[in-house]
Ligand binder design. Structure first.
Ligand code: HAM
Length: 419
């Protein structure tokens, strides 16, 4: 060990677990990519004001959890706590919304929130996200939800529930907000929660403390206040999900921790995870563009938590899909054999067959152990006598069967064996 450890609330991804993370990221993005979402990458830090205006000053994310600092040029910079504000900023900056819409984008990366660390809650975490910008169509909301549900299904997760709600729009939300505030003012609440009623009353609905939750049973719900347009939109989303065979639960109390949501909001929860059960979430954000100084521009999207999804796989004892791995392990016995096998391994890799080599002049026993650890299905052993005979020994590591293959046919032989 050195004098240092990974900072509090962070962890390293090292083999063998790192392979699971990679496979989960790839599996999460795959359905979106196949549905026309193009890759986008934005900086890990932005102007602080982007998140203050986009995510909202009254949210915990902005008021308590941001990594904000002044850079050497005196600018206030914040490590991104989420991706939607950044992606929308990039869309506007590059005028993507003036081209064909919807602009469909996906991303994958690190995000930073100064939270109290616990299982499933970290200060540095990883999301895969997807956003569709420029079109106000309930079918897009449904498309995104289906893509996320498919990603979880493809990963083999079974205990995922989808919670669905509508938060209304700028027409009907204020009416609801006022009704909720009036209700909340009549409750027995502590000072801080009372302050919340003025700033962000919807978040009070999310309060899990039993003494608060007990008083919220009769709170007015968004669903009762939706305007006609919002009601229609929500019904369309529900109908399309049902038609796609994606099960959901109406969750009239689902409010999310970011201020930009309008209409559709959803969360994927996993029942094997305890307190940090949200493995992904998202929704529509038709007002976000204007709040960061852009034109009116509707949008909808999600972000799936990679770290929590890995925990969910563990909780269900599901193996992640195997990532591209080593399939052939080459064992050279002597320097001449090393030269021959180095060339063969290079050719195999170029032909798309994952291959590795025993380095460091290890003997046969140590090398065969390394071959087993590598996950390869076949080992290729070349010793001095093999070289004289112009052959390599190809060994099936599961059966132990061994065949001598002429060196000049080795690569073709393995390619055929491992298509
Ligand atoms: P979010 O719900 O804040 O939404 O985060 C999405 C997911 O990221 C969560 O469901 C969770 O799995 C994971 N996550 C969040 N915070 C942490 C943490 N501290 N540790 C581990 N995992 C975490 C958003 O970020 C929105 N930008 C989603 C979105 C996209 N809405 C519209 N488009």
């Amino acid at each position: 060990m050195s004098s240092f450890r990974a900072p509090k609330g962070t962890f390293d991804l090292v083999p063998p677990d790192s392979a699971t993370f990679l496979a989960v990221r790839e599996a999460m993005a795959a359905p979106a990519r196949a549905a026309g979402y193009a890759y986008v990458e934005t900086p890990a830090f932005e102007d602080t004001a982007l998140f203050q205006r986009g995510v909202g000053e009254s949210t915990d994310v902005v008021s308590k959890e941001m990594y904000t600092f002044e850079d050497k040029g005196g600018r206030s910079i914040t490590l991104r706590p989420e991706g939607t504000a950044s992606v929308l900023r990039a869309v506007l900056e590059h005028n993507l919304h003036r081209g064909p819409v919807p602009v469909k984008l996906w991303y994958s990366g690190s995000f930073y929130r100064y939270e109290r660390p616990q299982a499933g809650r970290y200060r540095h975490f990883s999301q895969v996200g997807a956003e569709a910008v420029g079109v106000e169509d309930a079918a897009l909301d449904a498309e995104l939800v289906v893509l996320a549900a498919d990603a979880y299904r493809d990963l083999g997760l079974r205990q995922v529930r989808l919670l669905l709600n509508s938060l209304g729009c700028r027409e009907c939300r204020p009416v609801y907000r006022a009704a909720l505030q009036e209700f909340l003012r009549g409750l027995d609440l502590d000072e801080e929660t009372r302050r919340r009623i003025d700033i962000n009353p919807l978040r009070v609905l999310d309060d899990k403390r039993p003494e608060v939750a007990a008083q919220l049973a009769d709170a007015p719900l968004t669903g009762d206040f939706l305007c006609e347009a919002c009601k229609n939109h929500h019904e369309q989303v529900r109908a399309l999900l049902t038609a796609s065979g994606v099960g959901f639960e109406d969750a009239p109390r689902l409010v999310r921790g970011l201020d930009y949501y309008t209409r559709t909001t959803f969360e994927f929860v996993h029942d094997g995870l305890g307190a940090q059960s949200a493995i992904g979430g998202g929704g529509r954000y038709d007002g976000l563009s204007e709040s960061i100084g852009g034109p009116p521009l509707p949008g909808v999207g999600w972000a799936l938590g990679v770290d929590r999804t890995v925990l969910a796989l563990r909780a269900e004892a599901v193996d992640a899909p195997p990532a591209a791995t080593v399939r052939v392990f080459a064992v050279p016995l002597g320097e001449d054999a090393l030269r021959v096998l180095f060339a063969a391994v290079t050719a195999l890799r170029r032909a798309g067959v994952g291959a590795d080599l025993s380095y460091g002049g290890r003997g046969l026993k140590g090398s065969m152990k390394a071959a087993d650890r590598s996950g390869a299905t076949h080992a290729v052993v070349v010793g001095e006598r093999d070289l004289e005979a112009g052959v390599a020994q190809v060994k099936d590591l599961s059966t132990g069967d061994q065949t001598a293959v002429p060196l000049d046919a080795l690569v073709a032989h393995l390619q055929e064996l491992l298509p």
